[in-house]
Design a protein. Structure first.
Length: 233
């Protein structure tokens, strides 16, 4: 069975400049694949390219073994969901209406609210009135409502207190344990590594390190070298 997502030698330009260079990675089902790197390393651009927000200059993206290169990828059916930076929500709609905009399936809704019990008491509240952490829960819940086979998550922790991030990270692990493939870009590297299986580190547009998350927790100097000097291991 093919990996849920396979990225092969992908390069992406933005504004006429090469931002992502010859990147390959894979995201198996049932695993959290962590993508790390300093600001400007090209992580968001790579996710945008995978999701079809920006075109690829070269390379190939496969979803379930099917090549997506050259097509408008976006959300391909219900197979891929993309949680972008910025907590994009329908602020004037209630929590439940935000979720129903994606799916009205009661079994999926029950699963989502089981993952985010905090939202049960807020279902009729306008999302714009929620805290930042609650809004991020809505964004994640809405992505899960699509029942995707892979979820791309870009900087889930942006603007959130560490205590909220620690609340959300185990949910990412639960999604993977239930069979979903997750590609997680995250600034809180230690928290991400603790829920992840395999990590890739990007440096100035390319992948400079691929390793098991457990190894990088046990050998933090390997991760530090990849961040700071682009040392290829």
């Amino acid at each position: 069975m093919p990996d849920a997502l396979e990225v092969s030698r992908v390069s992406i330009d933005r504004g006429g400049t090469g931002v992502v260079r010859d990147v390959s990675l894979r995201c198996p089902r049932g695993e959290v694949t962590v993508l790390l790197g300093a600001n400007g390393a090209g992580k968001t651009t790579l996710l945008d390219g995978i999701a079809g927000v920006v075109p690829l200059r070269s390379g190939m993206v496969r979803l379930d073994g099917r090549e997506l290169t050259g097509a408008r990828r976006g959300i391909v059916g219900s197979k891929l969901a993309y949680v972008e930076q910025g907590r994009t929500v329908f602020a004037e709609l209630s929590v439940i209406d935000n979720l129903r905009a994606v799916s009205a399936d009661s079994s999926i809704m029950d699963r989502v609210l089981g993952l985010f019990p905090e939202l049960r008491a807020r279902l009729d509240v306008e999302v714009g009135l929620l805290s930042g952490g609650e809004q991020q829960m809505v964004v994640l819940a809405r992505a899960i409502c699509a029942d995707p086979e892979i979820i791309l998550i870009d900087e889930m922790s942006q603007g959130l207190a560490p205590v909220v991030v620690r609340r959300l990270m185990p949910i990412i692990r639960e999604l993977a344990d239930a069979g979903t493939a997750v590609l997680l870009v995250e600034q809180f590297a230690n928290l991400a590594l603790r829920v992840g299986d395999r990590a890739y580190v990007m440096y100035v547009g390319g992948v400079v390190l691929e390793a098991e998350c457990a190894q990088l927790i046990a050998e933090p100097e390997v991760l530090r070298d990849a961040y700071l000097r682009g040392h290829r291991s």
